[in-house]
Design a protein around this ligand. Structure first.
Ligand SMILES: *Cc1c(COP(=O)(O)O)cnc(C)c1O
Length: 443
């Protein structure tokens, strides 16, 4: 049952162009002006906002594929699908919001909540977008899908393609992918090609190849992915009883998630599901912060960073595809952009672990950014803040072990920068006898 007769189409985001396309056209950018496209709707919900909210909630008690998904449970707000029996889902979404008292104290806030998108089927929020992206690939009759990836996009695409019976081609920068992520793509059966270059090279090549062949592109330039990621916001607002927090904080790499959050919030507001906009705060790593630079200097266009560096590989992106949509999201929400150092990311990650939650490095930029924004007074210590953790702790075990053993280093232009293990928890070593163990553990 779907309570809508809304109409869906593709729309060029450039206001001076605003070209419309049919929803089943296989396009990633506007064929007139080259700008990004939105999946746009003339919403026509057959129930009130309050009734629809109740329907969303009631669906959680129904044990069917569609209702078990934290994306498709909200399908009236992403009505681009004709045949819901062809949806490709792994019961994505449905991620918890945790109270994080130690992280709150560390950041200087009275309270902090963390929504953990790392608890998705493949361990990152990319699953929210792949369920919609791969569903659209099937609807368009594609036989193969492809993406360039710093790891999580490929892991997720590989899983959903396998579920759908589609071939999957993954383009990754050689030697820059965390093992947890690479292992997933291999296990799910994708063809993995390691490009001798960085992420931005891989991205450019996969874009050209998907223009020239009928392989369907599933990077976040694909607007259907962002529709699924929008559900992160819908679910978050439902978990807040539709009472938005003051701030929603997330890391920014290619800026697809920032774009999806902005679009989700704008639509919820327009449809009367929420009555005010929370502010978005996007956090970048210092060595990969072109969006921050643009925001800080109030420029209208983004200057790419040629050689992005950060150990938070998921946000190691110098030329973010979705910056225009992300800028729109910042404008719609009176948002801000901050950047944080490698040391700040590493320490924040350990603190999130100390709360019994844990996450991958890129996700910890969220807490590091909250701390910085609280210190500068941008975020007030009594503000309601929800930080988004984007990926699972187990994605990048090497990073975590190195931090706790004092061996974490960033290599940049032939130089090595040591990251201090300020909150390190080194393994202990003891001879195999009880006295020695009691001595070491002080028990
Ligand atoms: C993809 C990813 C990001 C960056 O998200 P963008 O939408 O590219 O800005 C951050 N953290 C993790 C764990 C990711 O997988």
């Amino acid at each position: 049952m779907t309570l809508t007769n809304s109409e869906a189409y593709l729309l060029c985001i450039e206001p001076t162009c605003a070209k419309r396309y049919r929803i089943d056209e296989r396009l990633y950018t506007c064929s007139l002006c080259g700008a990004l496209l939105d999946v746009q709707y003339s919403f026509n919900l057959t129930s009130s906002a309050t009734q629809t909210k109740n329907i969303f909630r009631d669906r959680r008690t129904i044990d069917s594929d569609l209702e078990r998904s934290g994306v498709w449970r909200f399908r009236e707000l992403l009505p681009f699908v004709n045949d819901f029996s062809k949806v490709v889902t792994l019961s994505e979404g449905n991620t918890p919001i945790y109270r994080a008292p130690r992280s709150a104290e560390y950041a200087g806030l009275k309270e902090l909540r963390l929504k953990h998108q790392g608890l998705n089927p493949t361990g990152s929020f990319k699953d929210n977008g792949m369920t919609t992206g791969v569903t659209q690939a099937l609807a368009l009759g594609a036989s193969a899908v492809a993406c360039a990836s710093t790891g999580n996009t490929s892991a997720s695409m590989a899983a959903y393609a396998a579920r759908a019976g589609l071939r999957a081609f993954v383009f990754i920068p050689a030697d820059q992918i965390a093992y947890g992520k690479l292992s997933q793509s291999l296990e799910y059966g994708a063809r993995v090609i390691e490009i001798e270059g960085n992420f931005d090279d891989a991205m450019r090549l996969v874009r050209e190849l998907t223009q020239e062949t009928d392989v369907y592109l599933l990077n976040s330039i694909n607007p259907f992915r962002l529709e699924g990621q929008k559900a992160i916001i819908i679910e978050m607002m439902e978990q807040c009883e539709w009472e938005p927090p003051d701030w929603i904080v997330l890391p920014g790499g290619n800026l697809g998630n920032t774009s999806a959050f902005g679009k989700g919030l704008a639509e919820l507001k327009e449809l009367g599901f929420i009555d005010r906009m929370p502010r978005l705060a996007v956090i970048q790593a210092e060595g990969a912060s072109p969006f921050y630079e643009m925001f800080r200097s109030s420029r209208e266009s983004l200057s790419p960073v040629a050689n992005p560096v950060t150990l938070a590989t998921a946000i190691r992106i110098g030329d973010p595809v979705s910056w225009k949509k992300a800028l729109r999201a910042i404008n719609w929400t009176n948002g801000v952009v901050e950047r944080v150092s490698e040391q700040e990311i590493a320490d924040a990650k350990a603190l999130i672990g100390a709360d019994g939650i844990g996450c991958e490095p890129a996700s910890a930029a969220t807490l590091a950014g909250i701390k910085k924004l609280a210190q500068s007074g941008m975020i007030d210590k009594s503000d309601q803040v929800i930080g988004v953790l984007t990926g699972n702790l187990l994605k990048d075990p090497n990073y975590t072990i190195r931090y706790h053993t004092g061996e974490l280093k960033l290599e940049e232009a032939g130089m090595q920068h040591q990251i201090e293990g300020n909150f390190a928890n080194k393994p202990l070593r003891a001879a195999a006898n009880k006295e020695e163990i009691r001595r070491v553990l002080e028990i």
